[in-house]
Design a protein around this ligand. Structure first.
Ligand code: NOJ
Length: 565
């Protein structure tokens, strides 16, 4: 039996909030539309705070809400210190933060330090300025290779497809330097060796901390620093890099990023109230993740090895074990996650599997959709949720996960907006399928209750909602005891009441290759069955299960929370 029982268990009130928190990710454009334009907004979030409170989450992470031309839906920021007009105003944001706090929920905002939008004043100035200028020095401008600089500076490709370098036209009308964009062409990479960049981003952190945010989700946290000399990637024919690259890449996980976080941590700690940051660092193995969580760096880092695990007991258990032992060494809590706005929803993923690469997040890389069994995927996603919420540490859930939303596969091609679609030469449909505006009501009016605008048809929301979308709605699930929504509500309520859940020790129960089973303090046990039906320990009381038990036995693809005698 492997155990994590060396840890001591403090009462919940004495643990730092981010060691236990269940954080709900809001993709702002798709959550709730309070001004009737078919896009979500800040007031939409505020109007749904009671829903989130009732769900039982501790914190809300809001995806980028800054002014942006929306080429990557906010991950292309044109001004870090304001709110996108379509989404509201700074005053709205301040009101939201205040009300969330009054209701006992924390707010985490998304910070995008690796790149800006090409519409950011800095980049516009850089385009107008000459090579070697201070304006260009804020970004990664380089001369090209070849006789006339006609070849890109190195062989790096962009994550979304194609070369990571774009050539610009200089003031004299001739083609000139190249700039680096690890993502879309409209997302030029900042130069993190530049002092002005470093100091501006610190001002941005203070700007939002002053407005009361409790933390930051750091976009591409492993990407800001590039290897000295920008060496070619070690391949003859570099394919598009995976965020979770299997081999070391000169643009991911460089040691220099940790210096940035040590500086940032000092800023967080200079404010009251345990301010924190969570890294979006697609790094592997777990020992590399742990480096982001050293005592003077960040609080959380998403566990993407967990997210990219197959629905397989051995594989999941191995990943849980390796993550827990790696972070235990630095005294950090785990941050489990199965869904976000970049990956195919777990309902589909747990059924179809992952495909052949390492990141395996977009539809193009999934198994054969004709074989998709939504009912089985839903059973697994529900069981996975109880697994995740019983593990030591905190958890991140993505809007709609609590409704067991499946991936939307029938968005018409001419409505796809993800830059991945365009940059893959229209081969990879990208991530729009997990970003469709939430169905709040069963009736299709007002885009299934997503919008305040009664005349807005489901297909008129910024991403069209399919006709079947309402069958997954909040309204439909609210009073149905067996719904996924009510399973999440029950799980989060139990989690809150059990001091032994969240941060703290666990012990594995050896129950064979097809079962994940473990105990937590307080005689609590979680069993997840990946194989044939099994009997549960005698005299154990069932606290919650992800599906119906069969005369006290645990069916396949089902999880149960127990109180052991
Ligand atoms: C990760 C974000 O989650 C994703 O949505 C975005 O496209 C890239 N970073 C680039 O900012």
């Amino acid at each position: 039996m492997q155990t994590q029982s060396a840890m001591t268990l403090l009462p919940r009130s004495e643990r730092k909030w981010w060691r236990d928190a269940v954080t709900y990710q809001i993709y702002i454009r798709s959550f709730a539309d309070a001004n009737g334009d078919g896009k979500g907004d800040v007031e939409g979030i505020r109007s749904r705070l009671p829903y989130l409170k009732k769900l039982g989450i501790d914190a809300i992470w809001i995806t980028p809400w800054y002014p942006s031309p929306q080429n990557d839906h906010g991950y292309d920021v044109s001004n870090y210190m304001d709110i996108e007009t379509d989404y509201g105003t700074l005053a709205d944001a301040e009101r939201l933060i205040k009300e969330a706090h009054e209701m006992g929920m924390r707010i985490i905002v998304d910070i995008v330090p690796n790149h800006t939008s090409d519409q950011h004043a800095w980049f516009q100035a850089a385009l107008k300025a000459a090579p070697g200028s201070k304006e260009r020095a804020r970004y990664m401008f380089k001369d090209g290779k070849g006789e006339n600089g006609e070849l890109p500076p190195n062989n790096w490709n962009a994550v979304f497809g194609g070369s990571a370098w774009q050539r610009v036209t200089e003031a004299d009308g001739k083609l000139g330097q190249w700039y680096l964009h690890l993502f879309a062409v409209e997302q030029p990479d900042l130069n993190w060796e530049n002092e002005e960049v470093k100091s501006h981003l610190k001002d941005v952190l203070r700007f939002w901390l002053d407005r009361g945010v409790d933390g930051f989700r750091i976009d591409v946290a492993h990407g800001m620093v590039k290897a000295e000399g920008l060496p070619d990637v070690p391949k003859e024919d570099p394919s598009n890099p995976d965020l979770l690259a299997a081999i070391a890449m000169p643009f991911w996980d460089q040691d220099g990023v940790h210096e940035i976080y040590r500086e940032w941590r000092k800023i967080f700690d200079s404010y009251e109230g345990d301010r924190m940051a969570v890294a979006e660092a697609w790094v592997s193995p777990s020992s590399r993740i742990a480096r982001y969580l050293r005592h003077d760096e960040l609080a959380n880092s998403f566990n993407f090895e967990f997210l990219t695990s197959q629905w397989d007991a051995k594989n999941l258990k191995k990943n849980i074990d390796s993550s827990l032992s790696a972070i235990q060494e630095v005294g950090a809590p785990a941050s489990w996650v199965f869904n976000n706005h970049d990956v195919v929803r777990s309902v589909d993923r747990f059924d179809l599997g992952l495909g052949s690469g390492s990141q395996e997040t977009t539809l193009q890389r999934q198994g054969d959709p004709a074989k998709l069994d939504i009912a089985r995927g839903t059973r697994r996603a529900r069981a996975g949720a109880l697994l995740m919420l019983a593990l030591p540490g905190g958890a991140y859930i993505y809007q709609g996960e609590e409704l067991a939303l499946p991936e939307v596969r029938d968005i018409p091609e001419d409505r796809l907006t993800d830059p991945r679609w365009r940059m893959s030469n229209y081969k990879d449909r990208g991530r729009d399928g997990c970003r469709v505006p939430l169905p709040w009501n069963t009736n299709s009016a007002a885009a299934f209750g997503f919008s305040i605008n009664k005349d807005l048809k489901p297909e008129q929301a910024w991403l069209p909602q399919s006709s079947w979308w309402g069958s997954f709605s909040v309204e439909m699930q609210d009073t149905n005891k067996a719904s996924t929504l009510n399973m999440y509500r029950a799980a989060l309520a139990i989690r809150k009441a059990e001091n032994g859940l969240g941060d703290g020790p666990m012990s594995w129960i050896e129950a064979g290759d097809k079962i994940i089973a473990f105990t937590r303090p307080g005689n609590f046990a979680c069993y997840v069955n990946f194989g044939n039906e099994i009997a549960l320990p005698e005299s154990a009381a069932v606290l919650l299960s992800s599906g119906a038990l069969n005369q006290g036995k645990l069916p396949t693809d089902t999880a149960v929370w127990l109180r052991l005698p």
